[in-house]
Design a protein around this ligand. Structure first.
Ligand SMILES: NC(=O)c1ccc[n+]([C@@H]2O[C@H](COP(=O)([O-])OP(=O)(O)OC[C@H]3O[C@@H](n4cnc5c(N)ncnc54)[C@H](O)[C@@H]3O)[C@@H](O)[C@H]2O)c1
Length: 253
């Protein structure tokens, strides 16, 4: 199990205030990593329990990943507070908009892409620069794509979201290739249907999705955590440019 050990490493998770991002932050801390999170909302109380529970350092920075200035300011503060350490980056912040394709506006599409695509892309870029500067031997970037990058989400109006997650999954191999010389690995996790605030507004869908899922169960954020820890750790050292689907069999059924 030592290859899963994250002691002495520093991780940054965007969208870590709740949902999947919070679960990833908890998992990385349980593995031994210090964890910083960027989010636009205040973290759930569980975030503040991490430090004591796992004996690691944590910090929250109010950062809007879709804003160039906010992201830069967040990285400046984070690198100062953590002495430029960074080994693991999980660009997880994301939004969805349930709007028909024929009614989507430029503004709303841009807003969604600003967070899900540009936010993830530039978070990873700034993280990679910090990893290159600090010379980490354990650099790992774990993007959060989605099954929406493989298929339409039944009963949800998700054209813009699917486009954004397709972009995330497509950028992974290209970025991975460019970061090979620096020893930084780049992969993604594609969660299936997960019970979070993002999906809470569709209670009827959460119920109906069960029939679509091979194992008949909507995931909890903790169900996705293992894949993130695996990709963040040396246990996945031969993986780069790849995507892991954690979807209860949805895309295989
Ligand atoms: N819930 C699902 O079924 C599901 C499935 C596949 C992929 N995902 C992806 O998982 C990730 C986490 O989603 P979740 O389900 O936990 O949803 P969530 O809404 O609970 O969490 C998203 C987090 O991102 C933060 N965020 C939003 N915009 C931001 C911004 N501009 N800057 C910084 N932070 C911002 C939110 O405040 C929130 O804390 C997202 O990328 C989402 O697309 C979710």
């Amino acid at each position: 199990m030592s290859r899963f050990d994250l002691k002495g490493r520093t991780a940054l998770v965007t969208g870590g205030a709740r949902g999947c991002g919070l679960s990833f932050a908890q998992g990385l801390a349980e593995g031994g990593a210090d964890v910083a999170i960027f989010d636009v909302i205040d973290p759930a109380p569980e975030f503040y329990e991490i430090e004591k529970k796992y004996g690691v350092k944590t910090a929250y920075y109010k950062v809007d990943v879709s804003s160039k200035d906010s992201l830069k300011e967040g990285f400046d503060k984070f690198s100062k507070d953590f002495n430029n350490a960074l080994d693991i980056c999980v660009p997880c912040a994301g939004i969805n908009r349930h709007i028909p394709f024929l009614e989507f506006t430029y503004e709303t599409h841009e807003e969604l892409l600003g967070v899900n695509v540009k936010g993830a892309y530039f978070t990873a870029q700034l993280a990679a620069k910090q990893m290159i500067a600090n010379g980490t031997k354990h650099g790992s970037i774990v993007f959060v794509a989605s099954i929406a990058s493989y298929m339409a989400i039944r009963s949800q109006l998700s054209s813009s979201y699917c486009a954004s997650k397709g972009a995330v999954r497509a950028m992974v191999p290209a970025i991975a290739k460019e970061l090979v010389p620096y020893g930084i690995r780049v992969n993604s996790v594609s969660p299936g249907y997960v019970r979070t605030e993002m999906t809470a507004s569709f209670p009827h869908l959460l119920e109906s999705w069960k029939d679509e899922i091979m194992n008949g169960r909507v995931a909890e954020p903790d169900d996705i955590r293992g894949a993130c820890i695996f990709l963040a750790s040396d246990a996945s050292s031969y993986m780069t440019g790849q995507d892991i689907r954690v979807d209860g069999g949805v895309t295989m059924w």
